[in-house]
Design a binder for this molecule. Structure first.
Ligand code: VG1
Ligand code: CO
Length: 543
Protein backbone atom coordinates (compact mmCIF):
# COMPACT_ATOMS: atom_id res chain seq x y z
CA UNK A 1 0.00 0.00 0.00
CA UNK A 2 1.51 3.26 -1.09
CA UNK A 3 1.29 6.27 1.21
CA UNK A 4 1.02 9.64 -0.44
CA UNK A 5 2.00 12.90 1.17
CA UNK A 6 -0.13 15.62 -0.38
CA UNK A 7 0.90 19.24 -0.06
CA UNK A 8 -1.80 21.57 1.12
CA UNK A 9 -2.42 24.96 2.72
CA UNK A 10 -4.48 26.06 5.69
CA UNK A 11 -8.14 26.64 4.88
CA UNK A 12 -9.95 29.41 6.75
CA UNK A 13 -12.87 28.75 9.04
CA UNK A 14 -12.18 25.17 10.19
CA UNK A 15 -13.03 26.03 13.77
CA UNK A 16 -15.18 23.36 15.47
CA UNK A 17 -18.40 24.86 16.83
CA UNK A 18 -20.91 23.70 19.45
CA UNK A 19 -20.66 20.18 18.07
CA UNK A 20 -17.83 19.62 15.59
CA UNK A 21 -17.19 21.29 12.25
CA UNK A 22 -20.36 21.92 10.24
CA UNK A 23 -20.33 23.37 6.75
CA UNK A 24 -22.17 23.16 3.48
CA UNK A 25 -21.65 19.74 1.90
CA UNK A 26 -20.05 21.29 -1.17
CA UNK A 27 -17.52 22.99 1.11
CA UNK A 28 -16.54 19.62 2.55
CA UNK A 29 -16.34 18.20 -0.98
CA UNK A 30 -13.94 20.92 -2.17
CA UNK A 31 -10.34 19.79 -2.79
CA UNK A 32 -8.41 19.13 0.47
CA UNK A 33 -11.17 20.47 2.74
CA UNK A 34 -12.06 17.22 4.49
CA UNK A 35 -8.49 15.93 4.31
CA UNK A 36 -7.07 19.07 5.94
CA UNK A 37 -9.50 18.82 8.82
CA UNK A 38 -8.92 15.11 9.37
CA UNK A 39 -5.15 15.59 9.36
CA UNK A 40 -5.66 18.42 11.88
CA UNK A 41 -7.60 16.02 14.10
CA UNK A 42 -4.77 13.48 13.92
CA UNK A 43 -2.27 16.24 14.73
CA UNK A 44 -4.46 17.67 17.49
CA UNK A 45 -4.61 14.32 19.30
CA UNK A 46 -0.94 13.49 18.94
CA UNK A 47 -1.28 11.24 15.90
CA UNK A 48 -3.13 7.96 15.39
CA UNK A 49 -0.21 5.52 15.07
CA UNK A 50 -1.13 2.25 16.78
CA UNK A 51 -4.53 3.59 17.78
CA UNK A 52 -8.02 2.17 17.47
CA UNK A 53 -10.84 4.46 16.38
CA UNK A 54 -14.57 4.26 15.80
CA UNK A 55 -16.14 5.68 12.64
CA UNK A 56 -19.75 6.17 11.61
CA UNK A 57 -22.46 8.72 11.17
CA UNK A 58 -26.00 9.56 10.29
CA UNK A 59 -25.73 8.37 6.69
CA UNK A 60 -26.20 11.76 5.11
CA UNK A 61 -25.09 12.62 1.57
CA UNK A 62 -21.27 12.38 1.12
CA UNK A 63 -20.84 10.11 4.17
CA UNK A 64 -19.76 6.98 2.22
CA UNK A 65 -17.07 8.92 0.34
CA UNK A 66 -15.93 10.77 3.47
CA UNK A 67 -15.67 7.49 5.38
CA UNK A 68 -13.34 6.04 2.73
CA UNK A 69 -11.11 9.13 2.83
CA UNK A 70 -10.90 8.94 6.62
CA UNK A 71 -10.04 5.24 6.51
CA UNK A 72 -7.28 5.85 3.98
CA UNK A 73 -5.93 8.70 6.09
CA UNK A 74 -6.07 6.61 9.26
CA UNK A 75 -4.20 3.80 7.48
CA UNK A 76 -1.62 6.25 6.14
CA UNK A 77 -0.92 7.57 9.63
CA UNK A 78 -0.51 4.11 11.12
CA UNK A 79 -3.82 3.49 12.92
CA UNK A 80 -4.15 -0.11 14.08
CA UNK A 81 -7.88 -0.58 13.70
CA UNK A 82 -11.00 1.35 12.79
CA UNK A 83 -14.35 0.00 13.96
CA UNK A 84 -16.98 1.14 11.46
CA UNK A 85 -20.75 0.82 11.61
CA UNK A 86 -22.03 -1.18 8.65
CA UNK A 87 -22.71 1.17 5.75
CA UNK A 88 -20.78 3.83 7.70
CA UNK A 89 -23.89 4.22 9.89
CA UNK A 90 -23.76 4.80 13.64
CA UNK A 91 -26.06 6.98 15.65
CA UNK A 92 -24.16 9.46 17.79
CA UNK A 93 -25.03 7.67 21.08
CA UNK A 94 -24.21 4.28 19.54
CA UNK A 95 -20.81 5.65 18.44
CA UNK A 96 -20.22 6.96 21.94
CA UNK A 97 -21.09 3.56 23.35
CA UNK A 98 -18.70 1.73 21.00
CA UNK A 99 -15.87 4.16 21.73
CA UNK A 100 -16.32 3.36 25.42
CA UNK A 101 -17.04 -0.37 25.44
CA UNK A 102 -14.29 -1.20 22.98
CA UNK A 103 -11.85 0.96 24.97
CA UNK A 104 -10.77 2.82 21.86
CA UNK A 105 -8.78 6.00 21.41
CA UNK A 106 -11.82 7.93 20.25
CA UNK A 107 -13.87 8.19 17.13
CA UNK A 108 -15.14 10.29 14.30
CA UNK A 109 -18.83 10.96 13.78
CA UNK A 110 -20.00 12.15 10.38
CA UNK A 111 -23.10 14.23 10.95
CA UNK A 112 -24.62 17.66 10.89
CA UNK A 113 -27.29 16.39 13.25
CA UNK A 114 -30.66 18.04 12.69
CA UNK A 115 -29.49 20.11 9.70
CA UNK A 116 -30.80 18.91 6.32
CA UNK A 117 -28.60 16.66 4.16
CA UNK A 118 -27.78 16.67 0.45
CA UNK A 119 -25.24 18.16 -1.92
CA UNK A 120 -26.66 21.65 -1.29
CA UNK A 121 -27.29 21.12 2.40
CA UNK A 122 -25.03 20.43 5.37
CA UNK A 123 -22.28 18.02 6.39
CA UNK A 124 -20.26 17.73 9.55
CA UNK A 125 -17.33 16.00 11.24
CA UNK A 126 -16.87 15.61 14.97
CA UNK A 127 -14.12 14.00 16.98
CA UNK A 128 -14.98 12.22 20.24
CA UNK A 129 -12.39 11.37 22.86
CA UNK A 130 -11.82 7.98 24.56
CA UNK A 131 -14.50 8.72 27.18
CA UNK A 132 -17.00 8.63 24.30
CA UNK A 133 -17.83 12.32 24.50
CA UNK A 134 -17.32 15.23 22.14
CA UNK A 135 -13.80 16.60 22.41
CA UNK A 136 -13.52 19.24 25.09
CA UNK A 137 -12.38 22.76 24.31
CA UNK A 138 -8.68 22.13 24.85
CA UNK A 139 -8.71 19.36 22.23
CA UNK A 140 -10.84 21.28 19.72
CA UNK A 141 -8.50 24.21 20.30
CA UNK A 142 -5.48 22.08 19.32
CA UNK A 143 -7.33 20.75 16.28
CA UNK A 144 -8.21 24.28 15.18
CA UNK A 145 -4.62 25.40 15.72
CA UNK A 146 -3.45 22.54 13.51
CA UNK A 147 -5.81 23.62 10.70
CA UNK A 148 -4.00 26.95 10.67
CA UNK A 149 -0.50 25.58 10.22
CA UNK A 150 -1.05 22.51 8.04
CA UNK A 151 1.29 22.06 5.09
CA UNK A 152 0.60 18.46 4.05
CA UNK A 153 -1.55 15.42 4.79
CA UNK A 154 -0.99 11.73 4.40
CA UNK A 155 -3.36 9.41 2.59
CA UNK A 156 -2.99 5.80 1.50
CA UNK A 157 -3.62 4.62 -2.02
CA UNK A 158 -6.02 1.78 -1.40
CA UNK A 159 -9.20 0.21 -2.70
CA UNK A 160 -12.37 1.27 -0.93
CA UNK A 161 -13.03 -0.86 2.13
CA UNK A 162 -16.18 -2.94 1.81
CA UNK A 163 -18.33 -1.33 4.47
CA UNK A 164 -21.40 -3.32 3.51
CA UNK A 165 -20.15 -6.66 4.83
CA UNK A 166 -19.63 -7.39 8.50
CA UNK A 167 -16.23 -8.60 9.68
CA UNK A 168 -12.58 -7.65 9.43
CA UNK A 169 -11.09 -6.29 6.23
CA UNK A 170 -7.47 -5.29 5.72
CA UNK A 171 -6.36 -1.89 4.50
CA UNK A 172 -2.58 -2.27 4.42
CA UNK A 173 -1.64 -3.07 8.01
CA UNK A 174 -4.79 -1.51 9.40
CA UNK A 175 -7.88 -3.56 10.21
CA UNK A 176 -11.24 -2.18 9.15
CA UNK A 177 -13.76 -3.92 11.39
CA UNK A 178 -17.32 -3.54 10.15
CA UNK A 179 -19.86 -4.05 12.93
CA UNK A 180 -23.63 -4.16 13.24
CA UNK A 181 -24.44 -0.56 14.21
CA UNK A 182 -27.48 -1.50 16.28
CA UNK A 183 -26.73 -4.65 18.27
CA UNK A 184 -24.45 -3.37 21.05
CA UNK A 185 -26.57 -0.28 21.56
CA UNK A 186 -29.80 -2.26 21.78
CA UNK A 187 -28.16 -4.60 24.31
CA UNK A 188 -27.13 -1.61 26.42
CA UNK A 189 -30.70 -0.31 26.44
CA UNK A 190 -31.92 -3.70 27.56
CA UNK A 191 -29.56 -3.56 30.54
CA UNK A 192 -30.69 -0.08 31.60
CA UNK A 193 -34.45 -0.47 31.44
CA UNK A 194 -37.16 -2.86 32.55
CA UNK A 195 -38.01 -4.27 29.13
CA UNK A 196 -40.45 -6.78 30.65
CA UNK A 197 -42.52 -4.00 32.17
CA UNK A 198 -42.52 -1.97 28.94
CA UNK A 199 -43.33 -5.08 26.92
CA UNK A 200 -46.24 -5.79 29.28
CA UNK A 201 -47.58 -2.27 28.89
CA UNK A 202 -47.40 -2.52 25.11
CA UNK A 203 -49.00 -5.97 25.11
CA UNK A 204 -51.80 -4.42 27.17
CA UNK A 205 -52.66 -2.12 24.26
CA UNK A 206 -50.39 0.90 24.82
CA UNK A 207 -49.73 2.39 21.38
CA UNK A 208 -46.52 4.12 20.26
CA UNK A 209 -45.62 6.23 17.25
CA UNK A 210 -41.92 6.92 16.72
CA UNK A 211 -40.92 9.15 13.81
CA UNK A 212 -37.34 8.45 12.74
CA UNK A 213 -37.59 11.27 10.17
CA UNK A 214 -35.74 9.19 7.50
CA UNK A 215 -32.64 9.46 9.66
CA UNK A 216 -30.33 7.15 11.56
CA UNK A 217 -32.60 6.10 14.44
CA UNK A 218 -34.89 4.11 12.11
CA UNK A 219 -32.99 0.81 12.42
CA UNK A 220 -32.39 1.36 16.17
CA UNK A 221 -36.03 2.14 16.93
CA UNK A 222 -37.27 -0.77 14.82
CA UNK A 223 -35.01 -3.20 16.63
CA UNK A 224 -35.74 -1.90 20.12
CA UNK A 225 -39.38 -0.81 19.96
CA UNK A 226 -40.79 -3.28 17.45
CA UNK A 227 -38.55 -6.35 17.66
CA UNK A 228 -37.55 -6.36 21.31
CA UNK A 229 -40.51 -4.59 22.94
CA UNK A 230 -43.32 -5.83 20.72
CA UNK A 231 -44.71 -2.54 19.41
CA UNK A 232 -46.73 -3.40 16.33
CA UNK A 233 -45.04 -3.22 12.93
CA UNK A 234 -45.27 0.30 11.57
CA UNK A 235 -45.04 1.93 14.99
CA UNK A 236 -41.71 3.30 13.75
CA UNK A 237 -42.31 5.64 10.84
CA UNK A 238 -39.89 6.90 8.18
CA UNK A 239 -37.52 4.20 9.40
CA UNK A 240 -35.13 3.91 6.49
CA UNK A 241 -32.18 6.33 6.70
CA UNK A 242 -31.90 8.39 3.51
CA UNK A 243 -28.96 10.56 2.42
CA UNK A 244 -31.26 13.59 2.18
CA UNK A 245 -33.63 12.61 5.02
CA UNK A 246 -36.47 12.55 2.52
CA UNK A 247 -35.87 16.22 1.78
CA UNK A 248 -36.83 17.34 5.29
CA UNK A 249 -35.15 18.76 8.34
CA UNK A 250 -34.51 15.81 10.66
CA UNK A 251 -35.17 18.11 13.60
CA UNK A 252 -37.62 16.83 16.20
CA UNK A 253 -39.63 19.90 17.12
CA UNK A 254 -43.25 20.92 16.51
CA UNK A 255 -42.32 22.65 13.24
CA UNK A 256 -40.32 19.96 11.52
CA UNK A 257 -41.91 16.86 13.04
CA UNK A 258 -45.22 17.89 11.50
CA UNK A 259 -46.30 14.37 10.62
CA UNK A 260 -45.94 13.27 14.24
CA UNK A 261 -47.72 16.40 15.46
CA UNK A 262 -50.69 15.54 13.23
CA UNK A 263 -50.79 11.94 14.35
CA UNK A 264 -50.63 12.94 18.01
CA UNK A 265 -53.33 15.56 17.64
CA UNK A 266 -55.77 13.25 15.84
CA UNK A 267 -58.81 11.79 17.63
CA UNK A 268 -57.34 8.31 17.69
CA UNK A 269 -53.86 9.47 18.71
CA UNK A 270 -51.50 6.82 20.09
CA UNK A 271 -50.65 6.92 23.80
CA UNK A 272 -47.07 8.02 23.18
CA UNK A 273 -45.33 9.85 20.37
CA UNK A 274 -41.64 10.50 19.86
CA UNK A 275 -39.16 11.59 17.24
CA UNK A 276 -35.40 11.83 16.96
CA UNK A 277 -33.00 13.83 14.83
CA UNK A 278 -30.52 13.12 12.04
CA UNK A 279 -27.90 11.47 14.22
CA UNK A 280 -30.20 10.06 16.91
CA UNK A 281 -29.13 12.12 19.89
CA UNK A 282 -32.21 14.33 20.24
CA UNK A 283 -35.70 13.39 21.32
CA UNK A 284 -39.16 14.87 21.15
CA UNK A 285 -41.82 13.47 23.45
CA UNK A 286 -45.57 13.74 22.99
CA UNK A 287 -48.71 12.50 24.66
CA UNK A 288 -52.11 12.58 22.99
CA UNK A 289 -52.67 16.21 22.00
CA UNK A 290 -49.68 17.36 24.04
CA UNK A 291 -46.11 18.32 23.23
CA UNK A 292 -43.74 17.95 26.17
CA UNK A 293 -41.17 20.73 26.11
CA UNK A 294 -37.63 19.35 26.33
CA UNK A 295 -36.94 21.27 29.53
CA UNK A 296 -40.03 19.76 31.15
CA UNK A 297 -39.08 16.35 29.85
CA UNK A 298 -35.68 16.64 31.49
CA UNK A 299 -37.29 17.59 34.81
CA UNK A 300 -39.83 14.75 34.64
CA UNK A 301 -37.07 12.25 33.86
CA UNK A 302 -34.93 13.51 36.74
CA UNK A 303 -37.88 13.27 39.14
CA UNK A 304 -38.73 9.72 38.07
CA UNK A 305 -35.50 8.11 36.87
CA UNK A 306 -35.31 5.93 39.98
CA UNK A 307 -38.18 3.90 38.53
CA UNK A 308 -35.81 2.43 35.91
CA UNK A 309 -33.37 -0.30 37.00
CA UNK A 310 -30.23 1.60 35.96
CA UNK A 311 -31.12 4.54 38.21
CA UNK A 312 -32.83 2.67 41.04
CA UNK A 313 -30.21 3.86 43.53
CA UNK A 314 -30.93 7.48 42.75
CA UNK A 315 -28.93 10.11 40.92
CA UNK A 316 -25.50 11.43 41.90
CA UNK A 317 -26.50 14.87 40.66
CA UNK A 318 -27.97 16.54 37.61
CA UNK A 319 -26.96 19.22 35.11
CA UNK A 320 -28.52 21.38 32.46
CA UNK A 321 -27.19 23.82 29.92
CA UNK A 322 -27.60 27.42 31.03
CA UNK A 323 -30.43 28.32 28.62
CA UNK A 324 -32.43 25.21 29.63
CA UNK A 325 -35.33 26.02 31.94
CA UNK A 326 -34.92 25.78 35.67
CA UNK A 327 -37.67 23.15 35.95
CA UNK A 328 -34.79 20.76 36.62
CA UNK A 329 -33.53 22.91 39.50
CA UNK A 330 -36.90 22.60 41.22
CA UNK A 331 -36.58 18.81 41.15
CA UNK A 332 -32.97 18.93 42.33
CA UNK A 333 -33.89 21.20 45.21
CA UNK A 334 -36.66 18.96 46.45
CA UNK A 335 -34.61 15.81 46.05
CA UNK A 336 -31.49 17.44 47.48
CA UNK A 337 -29.40 16.80 44.39
CA UNK A 338 -26.49 18.90 43.18
CA UNK A 339 -27.53 20.76 40.03
CA UNK A 340 -24.89 22.15 37.66
CA UNK A 341 -25.34 24.81 35.01
CA UNK A 342 -23.08 24.41 31.97
CA UNK A 343 -22.68 26.22 28.65
CA UNK A 344 -24.60 24.96 25.63
CA UNK A 345 -23.20 21.80 24.03
CA UNK A 346 -22.75 18.27 25.31
CA UNK A 347 -18.97 18.57 25.60
CA UNK A 348 -19.41 20.48 28.86
CA UNK A 349 -21.21 17.58 30.58
CA UNK A 350 -18.34 15.16 29.97
CA UNK A 351 -16.19 16.13 32.94
CA UNK A 352 -19.15 16.09 35.34
CA UNK A 353 -20.20 12.64 34.12
CA UNK A 354 -16.64 11.27 34.18
CA UNK A 355 -16.12 12.58 37.72
CA UNK A 356 -19.36 10.96 38.89
CA UNK A 357 -20.82 14.32 39.92
CA UNK A 358 -23.93 13.84 37.83
CA UNK A 359 -25.96 10.92 36.48
CA UNK A 360 -28.47 12.73 34.30
CA UNK A 361 -28.29 15.89 32.21
CA UNK A 362 -29.95 17.70 29.38
CA UNK A 363 -30.53 20.69 27.17
CA UNK A 364 -33.56 22.65 26.06
CA UNK A 365 -32.75 21.69 22.46
CA UNK A 366 -34.29 18.23 22.89
CA UNK A 367 -31.16 16.59 24.24
CA UNK A 368 -31.27 14.35 27.29
CA UNK A 369 -28.82 11.77 28.47
CA UNK A 370 -27.09 10.03 31.33
CA UNK A 371 -23.84 8.43 32.36
CA UNK A 372 -24.54 5.37 30.14
CA UNK A 373 -22.71 7.12 27.28
CA UNK A 374 -21.15 10.55 26.81
CA UNK A 375 -23.59 11.96 24.27
CA UNK A 376 -27.21 12.89 24.49
CA UNK A 377 -29.37 9.98 23.47
CA UNK A 378 -32.76 10.18 21.78
CA UNK A 379 -33.93 6.58 22.01
CA UNK A 380 -32.64 6.31 25.58
CA UNK A 381 -34.92 9.22 26.57
CA UNK A 382 -37.85 7.52 24.86
CA UNK A 383 -37.18 4.29 26.75
CA UNK A 384 -36.80 6.06 30.09
CA UNK A 385 -40.18 7.71 29.50
CA UNK A 386 -41.71 4.35 28.60
CA UNK A 387 -40.17 2.72 31.65
CA UNK A 388 -41.60 5.46 33.89
CA UNK A 389 -45.04 5.21 32.27
CA UNK A 390 -45.00 1.43 32.68
CA UNK A 391 -43.99 1.63 36.32
CA UNK A 392 -46.41 4.42 37.32
CA UNK A 393 -49.30 3.30 35.13
CA UNK A 394 -49.82 6.97 34.22
CA UNK A 395 -50.17 8.49 30.77
CA UNK A 396 -47.83 11.19 29.44
CA UNK A 397 -50.25 14.04 30.05
CA UNK A 398 -51.17 12.89 33.56
CA UNK A 399 -47.51 12.49 34.50
CA UNK A 400 -46.71 15.97 33.19
CA UNK A 401 -49.63 17.63 34.98
CA UNK A 402 -48.82 15.82 38.22
CA UNK A 403 -45.24 17.03 37.84
CA UNK A 404 -46.32 20.68 37.47
CA UNK A 405 -48.68 20.32 40.43
CA UNK A 406 -45.78 19.13 42.56
CA UNK A 407 -42.94 21.35 41.32
CA UNK A 408 -44.68 24.32 39.70
CA UNK A 409 -44.50 25.06 36.01
CA UNK A 410 -41.69 26.82 34.19
CA UNK A 411 -43.17 28.18 30.99
CA UNK A 412 -40.52 27.95 28.36
CA UNK A 413 -39.85 28.63 24.71
CA UNK A 414 -36.95 29.33 22.40
CA UNK A 415 -37.35 31.79 19.54
CA UNK A 416 -34.85 31.44 16.69
CA UNK A 417 -34.13 34.18 14.17
CA UNK A 418 -32.23 32.50 11.34
CA UNK A 419 -29.94 33.73 8.59
CA UNK A 420 -29.16 37.12 10.11
CA UNK A 421 -26.19 38.89 8.57
CA UNK A 422 -23.20 38.33 10.84
CA UNK A 423 -22.28 41.99 11.26
CA UNK A 424 -25.83 42.85 12.32
CA UNK A 425 -25.90 40.06 14.86
CA UNK A 426 -22.53 41.15 16.22
CA UNK A 427 -23.68 44.76 16.48
CA UNK A 428 -26.74 43.65 18.43
CA UNK A 429 -24.61 41.68 20.90
CA UNK A 430 -22.14 44.54 21.29
CA UNK A 431 -24.97 46.90 22.16
CA UNK A 432 -26.55 44.36 24.47
CA UNK A 433 -23.29 43.73 26.29
CA UNK A 434 -23.02 47.43 27.05
CA UNK A 435 -26.67 47.74 27.99
CA UNK A 436 -26.68 45.01 30.62
CA UNK A 437 -23.97 46.71 32.64
CA UNK A 438 -26.46 48.93 34.41
CA UNK A 439 -29.77 47.32 33.55
CA UNK A 440 -30.58 45.99 37.02
CA UNK A 441 -33.51 47.87 38.52
CA UNK A 442 -35.01 48.89 35.17
CA UNK A 443 -38.37 47.52 34.07
CA UNK A 444 -39.41 46.22 30.68
CA UNK A 445 -42.92 45.14 29.73
CA UNK A 446 -43.82 45.80 33.33
CA UNK A 447 -41.21 43.39 34.68
CA UNK A 448 -38.28 44.45 36.80
CA UNK A 449 -34.75 43.23 36.02
CA UNK A 450 -32.88 42.05 39.09
CA UNK A 451 -29.61 40.92 37.48
CA UNK A 452 -27.90 40.43 34.14
CA UNK A 453 -24.60 38.97 32.99
CA UNK A 454 -22.61 37.38 30.20
CA UNK A 455 -22.41 33.74 31.32
CA UNK A 456 -18.99 32.39 32.24
CA UNK A 457 -18.56 28.73 33.17
CA UNK A 458 -15.95 27.52 35.62
CA UNK A 459 -15.60 23.78 35.18
CA UNK A 460 -15.61 22.36 38.71
CA UNK A 461 -13.57 19.33 37.63
CA UNK A 462 -10.63 20.69 35.66
CA UNK A 463 -10.93 24.39 36.46
CA UNK A 464 -11.19 25.41 32.81
CA UNK A 465 -13.10 28.58 32.06
CA UNK A 466 -15.49 29.20 29.16
CA UNK A 467 -16.50 32.82 28.62
CA UNK A 468 -19.21 34.56 26.59
CA UNK A 469 -21.63 31.66 26.72
CA UNK A 470 -24.78 33.76 26.45
CA UNK A 471 -26.30 36.91 27.90
CA UNK A 472 -28.88 36.32 30.57
CA UNK A 473 -31.33 38.71 32.13
CA UNK A 474 -33.13 37.73 35.32
CA UNK A 475 -36.43 39.32 36.30
CA UNK A 476 -38.31 39.52 39.55
CA UNK A 477 -40.55 36.53 40.19
CA UNK A 478 -38.47 34.04 38.22
CA UNK A 479 -38.67 35.43 34.70
CA UNK A 480 -35.57 35.04 32.53
CA UNK A 481 -34.41 35.90 29.03
CA UNK A 482 -31.21 34.48 27.51
CA UNK A 483 -29.62 35.47 24.22
CA UNK A 484 -26.94 33.60 22.34
CA UNK A 485 -25.77 32.92 18.81
CA UNK A 486 -25.91 29.40 17.42
CA UNK A 487 -22.65 27.52 16.93
CA UNK A 488 -24.05 24.85 14.60
CA UNK A 489 -25.43 26.82 11.68
CA UNK A 490 -23.77 27.06 8.29
CA UNK A 491 -25.26 30.26 6.84
CA UNK A 492 -25.15 33.68 8.54
CA UNK A 493 -26.01 33.94 12.21
CA UNK A 494 -28.88 32.37 14.10
CA UNK A 495 -30.02 34.36 17.11
CA UNK A 496 -31.54 32.21 19.82
CA UNK A 497 -33.71 33.91 22.42
CA UNK A 498 -34.61 31.66 25.34
CA UNK A 499 -37.67 32.68 27.35
CA UNK A 500 -38.74 31.43 30.73
CA UNK A 501 -41.29 32.41 33.34
CA UNK A 502 -42.37 30.61 36.46
CA UNK A 503 -45.83 29.91 37.81
CA UNK A 504 -47.34 27.75 40.49
CA UNK A 505 -50.87 29.01 39.83
CA UNK A 506 -53.53 26.35 39.83
CA UNK A 507 -54.45 27.03 36.21
CA UNK A 508 -50.83 26.89 35.01
CA UNK A 509 -51.35 23.54 33.34
CA UNK A 510 -54.00 24.93 31.01
CA UNK A 511 -52.06 27.90 29.74
CA UNK A 512 -50.39 28.13 26.37
CA UNK A 513 -46.66 28.72 26.77
CA UNK A 514 -46.40 31.49 24.16
CA UNK A 515 -49.27 33.31 25.80
CA UNK A 516 -47.87 32.87 29.30
CA UNK A 517 -44.51 34.17 28.07
CA UNK A 518 -45.84 37.34 26.46
CA UNK A 519 -44.15 39.61 29.05
CA UNK A 520 -40.80 37.95 28.53
CA UNK A 521 -41.16 38.06 24.75
CA UNK A 522 -41.94 41.77 24.81
CA UNK A 523 -39.10 42.45 27.25
CA UNK A 524 -36.66 40.40 25.14
CA UNK A 525 -37.43 42.46 22.03
CA UNK A 526 -37.29 45.76 23.88
CA UNK A 527 -34.00 45.10 25.67
CA UNK A 528 -32.03 43.80 22.68
CA UNK A 529 -33.79 46.01 20.12
CA UNK A 530 -34.06 43.00 17.87
CA UNK A 531 -36.04 44.77 15.17
CA UNK A 532 -33.72 47.78 15.14
CA UNK A 533 -30.65 45.60 14.65
CA UNK A 534 -31.98 42.78 12.48
CA UNK A 535 -35.20 44.05 10.94
CA UNK A 536 -36.99 41.02 12.36
CA UNK A 537 -40.16 41.16 14.40
CA UNK A 538 -41.12 37.48 14.35
CA UNK A 539 -38.90 34.43 14.86
CA UNK A 540 -38.50 31.73 12.22
CA UNK A 541 -38.90 28.95 14.77
CA UNK A 542 -40.67 28.84 18.11
CA UNK A 543 -39.45 25.69 19.78
C1 VG1 B 1 -27.47 23.46 19.16
C2 VG1 B 1 -28.20 23.38 20.47
C3 VG1 B 1 -27.34 22.72 21.53
C4 VG1 B 1 -26.86 21.35 21.03
C5 VG1 B 1 -26.18 21.51 19.70
C6 VG1 B 1 -25.78 20.18 19.10
O1 VG1 B 1 -26.33 24.28 19.32
O2 VG1 B 1 -28.61 24.65 20.90
O3 VG1 B 1 -28.08 22.60 22.72
O4 VG1 B 1 -25.98 20.76 21.95
O5 VG1 B 1 -27.05 22.16 18.77
O6 VG1 B 1 -26.87 19.33 18.97
P1 VG1 B 1 -26.30 25.82 18.86
O7 VG1 B 1 -24.91 26.28 19.08
O8 VG1 B 1 -26.74 25.84 17.43
O9 VG1 B 1 -27.31 26.51 19.71
V1 VG1 B 1 -26.96 18.27 17.66
O10 VG1 B 1 -28.25 17.22 17.94
O11 VG1 B 1 -27.00 19.41 16.46
O12 VG1 B 1 -25.51 17.47 17.71
CO1 CO C 1 -28.13 15.58 16.90
Amino acid sequence: MEILTIETQPIDGQKPGTSGLRKKTRTFMAPHYLENFIQAIWDGIGGVAGKTLVLGGDGRYFSPQAAQVILRMAAASGAKRVIVGQGALLSTPAASNLIRTRKTDGGIILSASHNPGGIDEDFGVKFNTPNGGPAAEDVTGRIFAATKTITAYKIAEAQDADLSSLGEHAMGDMVVEVVDPVADYADLMEQLFDFDAIRGMIAGGFRICFDAMHAVTGPYAKEVLENRLGAKAGSVKNAIPKPDFGGGHPDPNPIWAKELMEIMHADDAPDFGAASDGDGDRNMIMGPGTYVSPSDSLAVLAANAHRAPAYANGLAGVARSMPTSRALDAVAEKKKLDCYETPTGWKFFGNLLDAGKITLCGEESAGTGSNHVREKDGLWAVLLWLNILASTGKGVVELLHDHWAEYGRNFYSRHDFEGIENDKADAMFDALTLKIEDIAGESFAGRKVIAADDFTYHDPVDGSVAEHQGIRIMFENGGRVVYRLSGTGTVGATLRVYLEDVSDAADAKDRDAQDALSDMIAAAHEIARIEHHTGRTEPDVRA
